[in-house]
Design a protein around this ligand. Structure first.
Ligand code: DHB
Length: 321
């Protein structure tokens, strides 16, 4: 019997839980030469802003121990080109598109939601309220519950159809549950956990910052335990809210860890840069991990790690397993 990998992105069902992570797969086109983009749960597109943006000067990326720093500066084509070119391409391939949006003001987010309402075929909207690279460094929405809620409320209010809205949160906060709760109360259907951590590296030869943008977002396996902790805490507080988990997932076993912590879906990011077909590999590996544990349905094990430890001799505690 094949394993039932279906999972829910709000009120929308996905055939499987493996997604790309925003920013790591553009709009999916580059990945199509490696695998059929319709085969994964969804393609999460690079955060799009209202206007086209050239991004920051180079260097924009740096390797760190088990991780990567980047400061791209939200380079992108802007919403018009995205809607005319990128979204139709994804849909023509039969892929499900989760569109990530980013803005510098609440009004910009609202305008993006309005523009997205003109397009059909958007599976969900991921609201990037935690980008550490926007110009006004003091205005990281995701660091403040009121600012986060304002953005989500504005997006929800301007979307003219009932598409799931996911808020992507930053781990760089004292209490991520407070932010998560504010977003859900403001109308988010789900949460994406986690965005990059703000980091920095200095070149000891030039004795200057490595990145032209000085600081950058840290991603990759180095941040995986932070992501698992955030997902755990939010799942504990808001058990009914669907979570897309991301942060350093490299294998099917890593994906399983996120699902056990409470993620209903996982996004694959940094690993794509050295293994462009990672999403389909991880999907296959996850299926193997589930099969070897006798799991028949993915939904049976979402958040399972929160349940009391099973008695000796019983590996899993849910009666359905
Ligand atoms: C950008 C970089 C990130 O690490 C992130 O989380 C969001 C945006 C960027 O510079 O484009």
């Amino acid at each position: 019997m094949p394993i039932d990998l279906r999972t829910r992105l709000g009120h929308v069902e996905l055939p499987n839980p493996v997604l790309t992570a925003s920013g790591c797969a553009g709009s999916g086109r580059e990945l199509a030469q490696y695998f059929d983009v319709a085969k994964i749960g969804a393609v999460v597109t690079k955060s799009v802003m209202l206007a086209p943006r050239a991004g920051r000067p180079t260097p924009r990326m740096a390797e760190t121990p088990s991780g990567m720093l980047n400061s791209i500066g939200l380079q992108g084509p802007g919403i018009d080109a995205f809607l005319q070119r990128d979204l139709p391409w994804l849909l023509s391939r039969g892929a499900r598109a989760v569109v990530s949006i980013a803005g510098g003001t609440v009004g910009e987010f609202a305008e993006l939601a309005d523009r997205l309402s003109d397009a059909s075929g958007v599976t969900a909207v991921e609201v990037n309220i935690s980008c550490p690279n926007v110009e006004h460094r003091g205005q990281v929405f995701a660091c403040d519950p009121d600012a986060s809620a304002e953005v989500i409320e504005a997006v929800r209010g301007r979307l003219r159809y009932d598409v799931p809205v996911f808020a992507k949160l930053s781990p760089d906060v004292t209490d991520i549950v407070t932010i998560a709760r504010a977003c859900v109360e403001a109308g988010a259907d789900g949460l994406s956990l986690i965005n990059t951590l703000l980091g920095m590296a200095i070149d000891t030869v030039t004795m200057r910052p490595v990145l032209a943008g000085v600081t950058g977002g840290l991603s990759g396996p180095a941040i995986r335990p932070v992501a698992v902790r955030c997902i755990w805490q939010v799942r504990e507080a808001l058990p009914d809210v669907p979570i897309i988990g991301m942060g350093g997932i490299r294998t099917g076993r890593d994906a399983l860890e996120f699902i056990l912590a409470g993620a209903a879906m996982v996004s694959i990011g940094t690993t794509i840069f050295h293994d462009p077909s990672a999403c389909v590999r991880i999907l296959r590996e996850l299926e193997e991990e589930l099969a070897s544990r006798g799991v028949e349905r993915l939904t049976d094990i979402i958040g399972l790690a929160h349940e009391p430890h099973p008695a000796p001799g019983r590996r899993l505690s849910r009666s359905s397993l």
